[in-house]
Structure formats: structure tokens, C-alpha cells
Design a binder for this molecule. Sequence first.
Ligand SMILES: C[S@@+](CC[C@H](N)C(=O)[O-])C[C@H]1O[C@@H](n2cnc3c(N)ncnc32)[C@H](O)[C@@H]1O
Length: 413
Amino acid sequence: MCFLNGMVLVQAEMVSSQKEKNSLFNHVSATLSQLDMEMIQSVPQGGNWQDIPSHIVEKSARLMQIRESGGRTTYYGRLHPDYPSYTISTYFNRPGNGTFIHPDQDRLISLREGARLQSFPDDYRFLGSQTSMYKQIGNAVPPLLARSIAESIPVGLAVDLFAGAGGLSLGLVQSGHRPIVAADNNRNMCLTYSYNHPDTMTSLSNLQNTEDFENLCNLIDNTLHGRTLQLVAGGPPCQGFSTAGKWDSRDSRNSLVVPMLKVIQRFQPEFVLIENVLGLKWMEKGAILQRIISILDSMEYSTQWYTFKAEAYGVPQRRRRIFIIGSRSGDYDAPTPFFASVKRTRNRDIIQYSSNQLPLPISVREAIFDLPEIESGNISHIQSYNGESVLSNYQKYMRDEISYEEFLKSVQS
Ligand SMILES: C[S@@+](CC[C@H](N)C(=O)[O-])C[C@H]1O[C@@H](n2cnc3c(N)ncnc32)[C@H](O)[C@@H]1O
């Protein structure tokens, strides 16, 4: 750990920097209670809480409540191997919070399987507490999605704010960008980030704290050393951002959008990328989204917002996110999808795709079925692949056996 201007720069020196070949990291699955086990054993592939028999439902207050209120059909879901997964949230350590039961084994998907479904390659290692690892993975921008989006931005130096475990940064790196500084206020996030991005200055900073904010700006300034900043990227939570008055007024003081806009105002990068949840579209009837766009417009960015579907860019997961992209030159061409995406239908048993011209999205089977079988509650964070058979080009790509280009070529041919 070293200090700079009173700000802690996190270094992952406490963890061996050897990224051992043939080692499989974080293939760890949450422990289940006996009751949880009884529940998940009765759910078939593609099924959910509605498949759990009454005599088991009656043993669980939560299930009784879900049954009475007609809860979501994703709860207590078991993944179907032939389709992309549902959204990987930060709670895939609990069966009642989504569709996280392994398709074939009576356990929840492991951290590594969650990471695969988020398109993190296998040599990306998650550090810190186990609870944090679920957050790190579930919160991340899928690197393959970030990669496609960033490929339309001319490469250059980048700053990643609210960087988390570094999913967005990984996509930036994969598309040729160079994150020089990343900031997050969570120590576990910074630990994972700095281990996997050793060339980036990882700063443990609370962006709402004036002193931390100033120190971060100094760090960016010193690291830039007069060079042009191409991109400021990040995904600030947008709650609390006031749609009235000056954008950096007292009213917006608690919003994390403000420090991000201040960094943009101060460094005037060529491009700006703000990632957010789909809910931003509806937050205050769309006023917050429009407000952010008009502030960026007033800073002379030509700004657009897009909804991207992760499965259309090679991620084996249905995940929709909003990206606000601003450019000083006015040029940004959103990437064209190279996989079909899943259409929303009322009946979750019927899967429809957006196109029959494009290849089908990567399925759960293609994403994780090469990984060794494990028991529920397995706690070994380092294992070996042990000659498990590789079934798909996505798995080969995750294992670094083929390049991204080879992976894409294989699905397009
Ligand atoms: C959605 S996550 C970021 C995910 C990341 N972009 C990725 O792709 O992996 C948001 C992050 O903001 C961080 N955060 C929340 N409040 C913050 C603050 N006041 N200052 C700095 N970081 C903060 C959280 O710790 C969390 O890691």
C-alpha cells in the first residue's frame, strides 16, 4: 500500500502476481441451507418457484409470500442451457433472487460461472471478501459489451470513474484504449481492479469527498503529464440528481453524477461515456437522462443515448444497459449487433429472437459447460481445469486458447 497526497493508492501486491496457467480461479459456489437444497432440487431446467411443490413452499415464509403476491417468474429459477442467462445481479449467491441455479447440478452457479456469463475471461481474478466478489461481478459492465462500444471511439488515454472490479475498463483495454487512472471508494473493488490492471493507477477515493476529489484530479493531471485525455468513462448511480437549478448546486450535492461531470468539465476529454441501468430512462419521467444530455451539450459534446443488449455483442446473458456517449467532434457510430438478441415476450417459456439473419446468442451451455463439476458450498478459490473437455469457441476464448477475432469468425461462419 502506498500513499500519495494523503490518498491511498491500492496495490494488489499482497496477492501473488503470477497468473498461473491452467489454474481456474473463483470456481466457488454459495452454501445452501437444507431447505434451499430441497427447493432447487424440484426446479427443472428453465423452471422457477412455481415448480416447487406445496409441501416445500409451506416451509418457507419467503416462498409463501412470493406465492401469495405472484412473484416474478425469475425467482428460484434454474438456467436453461440452450439460451443466454438472465441478468446476473449482485445476488447470485441466493436462489430466491433470480435465475441462478446451475442447469445440471443442484447448486447455484459459481463466481467463475457468473464471471463467464458476464464475459470476464478466466484469467481475470476476483479478490477480497466473497460477498464483495458477487457484487464485483454482478455490478460490472460485461467486458465484451464495453469492448464493442469502445471500438467506435478512436483509441487513447482514458479515466474510469466508479471503476468497480473493472469490467468497463477491461473492454476499453481490449479495444485498444489505455485507462491511466481508475477510482472507486470500495477497497475490495480497488483490490480486484489493481490486480487485473497493473498499469493503471487505482485510486481508493470517495468522489463525494472534496479532498479525495481534488487529489484524484491532481493524480489525473500528473499522470496525463500534458497528454490529451481521450475518454472519461464511468457508471455513477443517478439517484438524487436534481433536474432544476445549476447542475452542481446544493440540491445535487448528493448525486454521484456531479463529480463525474466536474471531471469532464475540468479535463475536457474528446469523448465521454456514462453507463447506467435501464431505469434511468424512466427516472423522474426521463428528466434526469435529458438533463445529463443537455449539460454535456452545453459543454460542447454532441451527445446521444443508446440502449445496448449485451447478448447482441457476444455476452451469454440478457442484460440491457443505457450508455450516454458524448463526442467533441460529433462522430460516434454505435456498434452494429453481431448476434440476434432475445425479444421480450409475455410468456417466459417462449423465446423469440430479434433477427433470423444473425447467429443465435451464446447460450449458457456454450458459456460454462466445460467447467469442473463442484459441490454446493465449495470454497476452493484456486482449482485446475483438469482436462475437462472444451465444447465451444466461447469457452476457448474465455480460456485464452483462441483470440477474440477467431471467436467472432467461428460464430459468423
Ligand atoms: C456499477 S459499479 C461500477 C462497475 C464498473 N463500471 C465495472 O464495469 O466493473 C459502481 C461503483 O461505484 C462505486 N462507488 C459508489 N459510490 C462511490 C463514491 N462516492 N466514490 C467512488 N466510488 C463510488 C461502487 O463502489 C461501485 O464499485
